[in-house]
Design a protein around this ligand. Structure first.
Ligand code: GLN
Length: 303
């Protein structure tokens, strides 16, 4: 497969979206991102690495971190996690509060904010340092000891985090948090505010392309568990646009409001595209266009 040619074609498709969408500013520190930045990388299960554009520039990974907190919580704690968080698409914005009331504080899935807060809480119980566990995992898999939380973004999230605080308190009122709300929020903001590049994310995401096997060859989770995470990514990884993402891209993927999308070609490769301008659902316009072009040209799809 000519990955370099595919990346070049994907970059052309992404650049054609210039001017569309808005950089996230509800977390004020994110508004500093260059709206025209674009990068994309592929890491194959055979150890090849390709990139175009700003593929080595760090950006705020935001909700892409929810994939790694989930993988870590499952690998440390196993299936028990699913008692506190569901596996159904929410059909609502990623930061919505509405379903929590009727569904007794059990969030729909681990990739909306409510569900990610429960995952962060369980990871905190299991490791004593949820954000540190996510950072360490990313550093090791990416071979990048410099990767870390951007303190300015984390502080900005905390300062403007009324909605996440409301979600966490509501979940706690239903007895679905094991740790103090303030600790859960601090660790959640700290892992969302990690700065990493497309290069870092494809190397770390490869664990799912290898069905649960880490870069050093050790098994993080069973093949079946890895397949299940890919399934939840397909149905819930891009929020209430998961149907559109499946239609256009056809891969399991996780987006974040920093403009990154990490997608998995199971058994083949991990792909990450990044462009800070977002559509209405909070997914990067350029990254969706790039992934759409790549899978359309190559025929890659899980369908
Ligand atoms: N940290 C962000 C928030 O809690 C993550 C949102 C996202 O990337 N969708 O709002």
């Amino acid at each position: 497969m000519d990955y370099r040619g595919l990346l070049e074609a994907a970059e052309i498709a992404a650049r054609a979206t210039t001017g569309q969408g808005q950089v996230a500013d509800y977390i004020p520190a994110l508004a500093a991102a260059d709206p025209e930045a674009f990068g994309m990388a592929v890491a194959t299960v055979d150890g090849e690495l390709f990139g175009v554009g700003d593929w080595e520039s760090p950006f705020s990974i935001q909700s892409v971190s929810k994939l790694f907190s989930l993988l870590l919580a499952l690998s440390h704690g196993g299936d028990g996690l699913w008692r506190g968080v569901g596996r159904e698409p929410s059909g609502n914005p990623f930061n919505s509060l509405v379903q929590l009331e009727t569904e007794h504080g059990i969030p729909r899935n681990p990739f909306i904010n409510a569900g990610a807060l429960v995952v962060t809480d369980r990871l905190q119980s299991l490791t004593g340092d949820a954000a540190g566990a996510v950072r360490e995992f990313l550093r090791r898999e990416a071979g990048n000891p410099l990767l870390g939380t951007d303190p300015v973004v984390a502080a900005s999230e905390a300062e403007h985090g009324h909605r996440n605080a409301a979600l966490a308190h509501f979940i706690a009122s239903h007895g679905n948090l094991e740790n103090p709300v303030e600790d859960v929020l601090d660790h959640y903001y700290a892992h969302c505010a990690i700065a990493a590049s497309c290069r870092d994310l494809v190397l770390a995401g490869s664990v799912l392309a290898r069905y649960g096997v880490r870069a050093d060859g050790s098994r993080m989770m069973s093949r079946s568990e890895a397949k299940r995470v890919n399934a939840v990514l397909v149905t819930c990884g891009t929020y209430d646009a998961a149907g559109e993402f499946a239609f256009r891209v056809g891969l399991p993927g996780k987006s974040g409001v920093g403009g990154g999308i990490l997608a998995i070609l199971p058994g083949r490769a991990a792909v990450c595209a990044w462009g800070p301008r977002l559509d209405q659902a909070g997914n990067s316009v350029a990254a969706v266009a790039a992934l759409d072009a790549m899978t359309t040209l190559s025929g890659f799809s899980i369908f």
